[in-house]
Structure formats: structure tokens, C-alpha cells
Ligand binder design. Sequence first.
Ligand code: KIV
Ligand code: NA
Length: 264
Amino acid sequence: PVRRMTAPRIAARKGGEPIVSLTSYHAHTAAIVDKYADFILVGDSLGMVMHGMESTVGVTVEMMITHCKAVVRGTQRALVVVDMPFGSYEESPSVAFRNAARIMQDTGCGAVKLEGGARMAETIHFLTERGIPVMAHIGLTPQSTNVMGGFKTQGRDEESWPLHEADAQAGAEAGAFALVLEGMVEPLAARITRQVAIPTIGIGASAECDGQILVLEDMLGLNPRPPKFVKVYGDLGGRIEKAVSDYAEEVRSRAFPTEDQTYR
Ligand code: KIV
Ligand code: NA
């Protein structure tokens, strides 16, 4: 039996070999990602990617549990980290613990992620002290879109740097095992990565981080309008469209099914 990656082993990778991560919400894709990634994030981006929502704000604990079970069943090596969805942790450390414990018990995941550094420090400490490894997520935090008025790259204004640096420091000191830096300019990501003792995992946050994460469907070419920070490694959208149109054509022309696909 293969031993699964753990949160402490991710934390120990600070400054070492870059940490590889992708999102997954689905057993068959997770099984492929599992061969190459150190951790797999069941991100609340599944609201948009899997369910066509406008933002992550409508994602529920039940949705996260459903997709996380699929990913845990499909994998054996990578650490599985689950996003705490909007509304499931902000209110108090004890509400956060109750929901995080339920997610861990129902799914078998190895850690949770939540948005916020300084504002979530007490909760990060509360959870880690009680057996739940926490990954913090700072910079551009999509669950706050309604307050921020959209998705904006963070740190363009140097005056905002101390706030982000304080977020990073607070998250790390509270006991987070790693820190996602989303949508921030390179010099700020570099400063934070130098300042904190835990690995930084970048998404739109430059090569200065200790690791990288992308949304799987974005890098596979399924998103027709991927953000600038995405490198598109595949053309899954084009490949799926070609396969579906070939199938439609063959059904209409009675070229499918043939002898090979028929029980005699
Ligand atoms: O929900 C998500 O996919 C994330 C990322 C860090 C990509 O939070
Ligand atoms: Na997320």
C-alpha cells in the first residue's frame, strides 16, 4: 500500500523542490493527477467549473463533500486538501471546527483550506491545535468578491504590501502548514515567500513561490477564457468537441455502432 502525502511533509518542503498541485473534483481525472501532484485541491472553484455558478459564494459544504469523496476514492498518493466553502468557517472557530471535522470524517481528506490570514488566525490556530491541518489562502480571495467588487490582482500599489505581509505572517504563526498566494504581483509574492517559514503555493503569483497550483480544467484547455496566469497545456475543449461531433455524425449516418460494438 502506498503511503499518502501528509501536511507536515508538505510543510517540510519549504525552500526545496517545488511543490506541484492541481485542483480536481472528479475520480477519473484525480487518478491521473495523483501520479504527479504532491497535493490535490478540491477547490470551491468547482462551483464555476462543475456547476456553472457565477462565483464561489453559492458553494455548500454538501457540494464539497460530494466531490471530495470522489477525489479521495480516485487517489492514493497525493494529499487531498478541501476548500471550506463560503459561510462554513468565518463566523467563529467552533463553527469552523464543526464543519471542517464533518468534511474530514465524511471524506477522508487530509487537510482543509480557508481564505484569510490575519482575520482567520484565531480559527487556523483553533483547528490545527485540534487535529485539522489548515492551508491558508491570501491575496486575491474569491469568496470576498462581493466586498472587493470583482477579481483584482493584489499588490499593484506598494502601500498595500504590509497588509498582505501581515496576513501571511499571521497565517503562518497561527499554524497553517502552507499558504496559497493568489493573484499578486511578483515582488510581493517574493517578499512573502522569503518572510514566512511555510511553503507558499502560487496561482497567478509568479515563479517566486515554493510551489504552484492551477485549476485543472483551465490548464487542460476547457476554459474558453482562461486568466492570463494560466498556461494552457492541453486542448481538451477541442478534443472533446471533435469526438462529440464525430459521434453525432456517425449516429446520423448509421456508421456507429458497427459489428465490433454489437452483441450477437
Ligand atoms: O478553488 C480553487 O480552485 C482555489 C485555487 C487556489 C485554485 O482555491
Ligand atoms: Na478556492
